[in-house]
Design a protein around this ligand. Structure first.
Ligand code: B12
Length: 420
């Protein structure tokens, strides 16, 4: 419900349809009532749900409970997939609550095998069975969501005497008309070829690179990309686990609260900014980038036209270009802040983030709260580049990302064990 990451679901549609199944692809933003109406109308044998957001896991659970309540569990076996889920969560926790059959599919092909088994059972095919349920070897430790230190100060050992850079301006700026060639060189080809296009090592050279070159050429001539950026520099201080954004008079404008590691260094994103009690003011960068909405229209057209390979390739490229644009802009910000001197020479080093500072996207472990995206949208007003935040805290068009840009030399990715 509301997740912009829907390529996985569409892939499942493609694989199942090509194997003789009739898929009713409802798209995103579907309440359970709409799913059940469609299932009834089309006499569905199985219901599938897909979700990559942590929140999707909660919604899937609620949906299963609704099926129980309506007495429909026996009618509809359910297959669940997407990055937010684990096999144990589905096959143990959700299986315990759902009064029908519920299974996890790691990918579309496992989804196909499950469909074959479920339909086999329904038709009474001899020997048709579902694979054994996977159980956790040990019961998952209950995660206590204790975010506040219980006693005394537990701030990490992150330095508080690093120099604070002077930004070139305060407030926000809009940049449009960024040419593809400027950020295409930041493309993470491994993520594209392996992650998005699913190519093996051998196929990358023979298939991947030539097709990438052709696609980039086409995008350039057809002018389908409309890269835009809103970014800004804001005065700020930290207080405990909070990052406080100040206005020009030094008063609080808005505040982000981040989780703190409960072990080890006890890092918290707020630690990378001068504490309020130091009497000094720090600076934080914020950015929203997009490659525009036309590319989404183009990929939707390809999907509708059953041009699956082209759809997958173009969609995969477009999302990686959104990432490339974000990383390109992050480099610009480092250079504007004068902290770019230690930047590595090649792209590989850049993608391994061997530079000073860090770009944290909301929803990732150091800053898991997607609701905080509303604060960024409020400060940056991304409508100015055609980007809107939905009620589910997703940016539209989908090929968009936001980030908090931190200049501190010790800033890097870390885990907090808190997922939302
Ligand atoms: C590519 C990507 C992006 C791209 C593209 C987004 C898009 N429009 O698709 C970009 C860069 C734009 C992006 C942005 C964001 N992303 Co993102 N993204 C990813 C990433 C790396 C891969 C997703 C993907 O395309 N996978 C490839 C497809 C083919 O695989 P799939 O979806 O998993 O589907 C397969 C299987 O799972 C399975 N399956 C899935 N569903 C179903 C259902 C059934 C029935 C069956 C049988 C099988 C099945 O079969 C599929 C095919 O084999 C994931 C991480 C991950 N590991 O998934 C994060 C991830 C989903 N993103 C995440 C986040 C946080 C974001 C942002 C919010 C970050 C930000 N603050 O800007 C934004 C949101 C975008 C927006 N518009 O608001 C988080 C979400 C976690 C959370 N907190 O809820 C993830 C999990 C990363 C992480 N490790 O934290 N993202």
């Amino acid at each position: 419900r509301g997740d912009v990451h829907d390529i996985g679901k569409n892939l499942v549609d493609i694989i199942l349809s090509n194997n003789g199944y009739n898929v009713v692809n409802l798209g995103i933003k579907q309440p359970v009532s709409a799913i059940l109406e469609a299932a009834d109308e089309h006499k569905a044998d199985v219901i599938g749900m897909s979700g990559l957001l942590v929140k999707s896991t909660v919604i899937m659970k609620e949906n299963l409970e609704e099926l129980n309540q309506r007495g429909l569990a026996a009618d509809y076996p359910v297959i669940l997939g997407g990055a937010a889920l684990t096999r144990a969560y589905v096959e143990q926790d959700l299986h315990e609550i759902y009064q029908g059959e519920v299974r996890y599919a790691r990918d579309a092909f496992e989804g196909l095998r499950l469909m074959d088994a479920l339909i086999g059972i329904k038709r009474g095919v001899p020997g048709a069975t579902l694979p054994e349920l996977k159980q956790r070897r040990v019961r998952a430790a209950t995660v206590e969501i204790e975010e506040r230190p219980q006693e005394g100060s537990v701030r990490s050992d992150v330095a508080v005497d690093n120099p604070v850079p002077t930004p070139p301006f305060r407030g926000t700026r809009v940049v449009k008309g960024i040419q593809l060639k400027e950020y295409a060189s930041w493309l993470d080809e491994t993520a594209l070829f392996r992650g998005q296009w699913g190519l093996t090592k051998e196929l990358i050279e023979t298939e991947g690179r030539p097709r990438l070159r052709a696609l980039l050429d086409r995008l350039r001539t057809d002018n389908v990309l409309e890269a835009g950026v809103v970014h800004g520099y804001f005065p700020c201080v930290s207080k405990g686990d909070d990052l406080i954004i100040l206005d020009e008079d030094g008063n609080e404008r808005t505040r982000f609260t981040f989780p703190r590691q409960r072990h080890g260094r006890r890092l918290c994103l707020a630690d990378f900014f001068r504490p309020e009690e130091s009497g000094e003011t720090d600076v934080v960068g914020l950015q929203v980038v997009t490659v525009g909405s036309r590319i989404g229209e183009e990929t939707a057209r390809l999907f509708e036209a059953n041009a699956y390979r082209e759809y997958l390739e173009l969609h995969g490229l477009s999302v990686q270009l959104a990432e490339a644009l974000a990383e390109y802009w992050h480099a610009r910000v480092r250079s504007e802040l004068g902290i770019h001197r230690g930047d590595p020479d090649g792209l590989d080093g850049m993608l391994r983030t061997e530079y000073q500072g860090c770009r944290y996207s909301l929803g990732y472990p150091a800053c898991p709260d997607l609701e905080d995206r509303a604060k960024i949208a409020d400060l940056l007003q991304p409508e100015r580049i055609g980007v809107r935040l939905s009620e589910e805290f997703q940016l539209h068009p989908e090929q968009s990302t936001d980030a908090i840009v931190v200049h501190h030399p010790e800033a890097g990715y870390f885990n907090t064990g808190v997922r939302r």
